[in-house]
Ligand binder design. Structure first.
Ligand SMILES: *[C@@H]1O[C@H](CO)[C@@H](O)[C@H](O)[C@H]1NC(C)=O
Ligand SMILES: *[C@@H]1O[C@H](CO)[C@@H](O)[C@H](O)[C@H]1NC(C)=O
Ligand SMILES: *[C@@H]1O[C@H](CO)[C@@H](O)[C@H](O)[C@H]1NC(C)=O
Length: 378
């Protein structure tokens, strides 16, 4: 009798083990097939010049001509002049910003002007870092973000408190931070690396009536990722009457606010900053954002303001969710074809465990002050 029981439970254990392995296989196998779901049209144009920094010429007739052309840029036309890129980062993650800048300049021949924003205490740190590195030749400006602009307007209910960092909201204030900029701009989160020519992203078309280009989180995603937070209902409280008045479909696809292309003249004209502040402030008094499972922070007001007015970004130009798991969810070959990688989520490429952090390491430039150090084993 005892012997029989032993055999039975051994069988049960065997069945459980088999089920576990099947589950694990599905989990790891599926994501490697993401390329099948995505658009690989521009595969062959991926190039990287890891050893050449572009030479920038800021003076003379050519530069003047570029400046003239720049005055006539609008969202409908492709660039012939300067590409404007904005990156924001708080003092703790400046290493992310530096690696991202380096990845952009090493993969383009075009003139990029960087508009960098960090907390007021970190402006000098960032400046010293850039000046003591091969990036000293880039065209850039650094602004300290006045935290008073958002103080009293941020409220995080539970969840990830780091999402309440004031710098997360700097993206709401682009025209106020850069009042002289009236043209197109690309915004990129500091946990990204660019492997393609940034000009392609800058030339993303913003269709008539749309306010910006973003990547939506439903289309072209594989099953495992798409069952994660990806509809408006996960980010907003549809019981709130102000939310209801916006006539938003709760099942509308959400989008990632970490990478976008927009036109600052239009942003100003449409009072986007004012609208974002309105929702932000309202959320301190009433529940607007729901349970914030999906991330909360700076995302929900953007979803309210940009609803139904976004153009798409090429899927290879925003390969994301790298920070959602510590394990590898993309194959090496897929990653090598991606134009932009985004480690959104908990596992940052400068942390102890992150997938494909070797790609990020290629672009990181060490901090002369020694304050920022990626955590690496051994
Ligand atoms: C701006 O560019 C458009 C399209 O290239 C052209 O039609 C227009 O004349 C230009 N405007 C100015 C002021 O140069
Ligand atoms: C802009 O450039 C993209 C590729 O970078 C191209 O597909 C598109 O047709 C161009 N648009 C115009 C208006 O030239
Ligand atoms: C911008 O929008 C906010 C919120 O809706 C509003 O209070 C403010 O008056 C608007 N500003 C302008 C200049 O229209």
């Amino acid at each position: 009798m005892i012997f029989e029981m032993g055999i039975l439970s051994a069988r049960k254990v065997g069945v459980l083990l088999a089920l576990f392995w099947m589950g694990a296989l599905c989990y790891f196998w599926l994501p490697n097939h993401i390329p099948d779901f995505l658009d690989l049209r521009s595969k062959s144009s991926v190039r990287s010049r890891h050893d050449v920094l572009p030479r920038l010429d800021n003076s003379g007739p050519v530069a003047n001509q570029i400046r003239m052309q720049q005055l006539n840029l609008s969202s409908g036309h492709n660039v012939t002049g300067v590409i404007h890129v904005c990156i924001t980062s708080d003092g703790n993650t400046l290493g992310g910003m530096v690696a991202l800048i380096n990845s952009i300049v090493r993969n383009t021949k075009h003139h990029v002007k960087f508009h960098l924003v960090t907390d007021e205490d970190s402006v000098n740190h960032l400046g010293d870092w850039i000046k003591s590195s091969p990036l000293r030749e880039i065209d850039y400006e650094v602004k300290g973000f006045p935290e008073s602009w958002v103080s009293g307007k941020i409220r995080i209910r539970g969840g990830r408190l780091e999402l309440g960092s004031p710098l997360n909201y700097a993206r709401y204030y682009l025209p106020r931070l850069f009042p002289n900029l009236k043209e197109k701009i690309v915004f990129i989160d500091d946990d990204c690396i660019v492997q393609g020519d940034i000009m392609e992203l800058y030339n993303t078309e913003i269709k008539g009536g749309d306010l910006a280009a973003f990547s939506e989180d439903c289309k072209g995603m594989n099953k495992r990722l798409s069952r994660l937070a990806n509809v408006y209902a996960e980010f907003l409280d549809f019981k709130n009457k102000h939310v209801q008045e916006r006539n938003i479909s709760p099942t509308a696809c959400s989008f990632n606010t970490g990478v976008f292309v927009t036109d600052l003249a239009n942003w100003h004209k449409e009072n986007i900053t004012g609208q974002l502040e309105y929702w932000m402030e309202l959320n301190t008094r009433e529940e607007v954002y729901g349970n914030e499972q999906g991330g909360g922070g700076s995302q929900p007001p953007m979803m309210l303001v940009f609803y139904n007015r976004i153009s798409p970004i090429d899927s290879m130009w925003h390969v994301r969710f790298l920070g959602w798991t510590s394990g590898t969810s993309y194959s090496k070959s897929f990653i090598s074809h991606a134009k932009l990688l985004h480690w959104n989520g908990k596992f940052k490429p400068w942390g102890r465990v992150a997938q494909h952090s070797d790609v990020w390491d290629r672009y990181f430039l060490s901090d002369p002050s020694g304050k920022f150090k990626p955590i690496r084993r051994g």
